[in-house]
Ligand binder design. Structure first.
Ligand code: APR
Length: 229
């Protein structure tokens, strides 16, 4: 049985990492066009680095929670065909032990050179005058997919979604495409679909089953149920 899990900020909320669209969340504090677009980086790289420096520091203090560990356990116990597609840029799935993870919106712990494409582990704080560790150009940016840029691994993600037997959406509001379209694509291709969320996402219509509650409570219960089948 091929299982695909799509996660969003809600799965990391109880690890202390902020979500984007909940009350007082990140997009209530910052404007996307000021900190999360190529134009923002061109206009004010210092502000963009400051925004990601703060989030990177928050990541250093965060640890995986019971939901991340439950998904890692499910992968360990499930022999074939298991993939976590995450919109999150934290590395909590990986730190919880998940092996097959595709970070479609990039990875906060890495730096990317806008000149040569080199990716390396970012220092705690990045500044516009930092130089690439390979080509030495002053073109270091967070290894993040900004609004208006192409998400990563989309062909692989679409392929896995279209061949999934079970697709679970966890902790995402379903506001950002192409991630938001994946559960419906899976359903149209014959997968059973489940949503685990604090509140129904905009794509809950495509879920055969909607489980409302906190990820740290509901994901371990759902995984235990699956493993007992
Ligand atoms: N347990 C389960 N779900 C939760 C929890 C929790 N403890 N806390 C919040 N949620 C749910 C909310 O109900 C909401 O549905 O997580 C979702 C968070 O939605 P968003 O803040 O919109 O985050 P996300 O869907 O991941 O955003 C997608 O938008 O800004 C871009 O690139 C960014 O990857 C991000 C994308």
């Amino acid at each position: 049985m091929n299982i695909v899990i799509l996660t969003g900020a809600g799965i990391s909320a109880e690890s202390g990492l902020g979500t984007f669209r909940d009350k007082d969340a990140l997009w209530a504090q910052y404007r996307i066009e000021d900190v999360a677009t190529p134009g923002a980086y061109a206009r004010n790289p210092a502000l963009v680095h400051e925004f990601y420096n703060l989030r990177r520091q928050g990541l250093r203090a965060a640890v995986p929670n019971a939901a991340h560990f439950a998904l890692a356990e499910l992968e360990r116990r499930h022999q074939s065909g298991f993939l976590v597609v995450t919109q999150n840029v934290d590395d909590l799935h990986q730190r919880a032990g998940s092996q097959n993870v595709l970070a479609m919106h990039g990875e906060l712990q890495n730096a990317l050179c806008a000149n040569c494409g080199h990716v390396w582990l970012a220092p705690d704080l990045m500044f516009p005058e930092d130089r690439c560790t390979r080509c030495e150009a002053m073109s270091c940016r967070p290894d993040i997919v900004w609004f208006g840029e192409n998400v990563r691994f989309l062909d692989q993600i679409n392929e896995a979604t279209q061949t999934a037997d079970l697709f679970a959406l966890i902790g995402t509001s379903g506001n950002v495409h192409p991630a938001a379209g994946l559960m419906n694509l899976a359903r149209e291709c014959g997968a059973a679909t489940v949503e685990i969320n604090l509140e129904p996402s905009t794509v809950a219509f495509a879920a055969d089953r909607v489980i409302l509650g906190r990820a740290t409570e509901q994901v371990p219960v759902w995984v235990a149920e699956l493993l007992s089948e």
